[in-house]
Ligand binder design. Structure first.
Ligand SMILES: [Zn+2]
Length: 243
């Protein structure tokens, strides 16, 4: 039997500086990073050994890629995400006052006629303000819920801007969350909350930590995989639901 037939397709990138073979799995592709000197045969063998793992990982990723990164110009009719739901942006210029409010699936932004800054900038600023306020509200409530379930209470709940982090927990018991998370589905937000609250018991990512997480959030691997997909955090959002 020819093994290469059953090998998953992969692209190979070699580097002289690299010392180990690494497999990067994406929903529809596999990339292998390898040291320059390692033979193709050995790489094939390595990939063959990991075949089952690659398949599992790809299946998990494919199930959970509701978001893709495409630039979204924020203006009339833009689609935005809020708690995993799509909202359509409605911009009304020349208004008496500036404010944002949600009505069902429509996010209505009124811009005052007194605003002097460029339209795109004003829209982005107002939406960020709205999202942050929503995030503060939501996290306060939802952390309260999970605190009760887990009997772990933070000293403070904060909402912050992070480029590469979803949440964080300090040794003084302050838990912080990335405000962009308010765009994610509620089950994903729940995972991040359970994760951070579990740090109040274990300030590390030990097996004991993950077992606390799993006690309250069974499919934490799924949620982790989903979040890992959202690698670049930007405002304006580059996130749009892909169904
Ligand atoms: Zn952590």
């Amino acid at each position: 039997m020819n093994d290469s037939i059953t090998l998953p397709d992969y692209t190979l990138r070699r580097s002289a500086r690299r010392r180990t073979i690494e497999i990067q799995v994406r929903p529809d592709s596999v990339r292998v990073l390898a040291p320059t000197r390692v033979s193709r045969e050995r790489i094939d063998r390595f990939v063959a050994e990991k075949k089952a793992w690659i398949k599992d990982r790809q299946q998990a990723l494919r199930l959970r890629v509701p978001l893709v990164s495409i630039p979204v110009p924020l203006d009339q009719g833009s689609e935005l995400l809020w708690l995993g739901q799509r909202l359509r942006l409605e911009v009304n210029v020349g208004q008496q006052a500036t404010h944002v409010s949600r009505h069902g699936e429509s996010l209505q932004l009124s811009l005052s006629h007194r605003i002097r800054k460029p339209r795109a900038e004003a829209i982005s600023e107002q939406l960020e303000g709205w999202y942050r306020a929503e995030a503060v509200n939501y996290f306060q409530k939802r952390v309260g819920f999970w605190s009760e379930q887990m009997r772990l209470t933070p000293s403070e709940v904060r909402v912050r801007s992070y480029r590469r982090k979803w949440g964080c927990c300090t040794s003084r018991g302050v838990v912080s969350f990335n405000w962009l998370l308010i765009m994610a589905p509620v089950h994903i937000i729940d995972y991040v909350i359970v994760h951070e609250l579990s740090h109040l018991r274990h300030m590390n990512h030990s097996a004991a930590f993950w077992s606390t997480v799993a006690q309250y959030y069974q499919d934490y691997r799924g949620a982790k995989g989903w979040l890992n997909q959202q690698s670049d955090l930007h405002w304006p959002p580059r996130l749009i639901a892909a169904g």
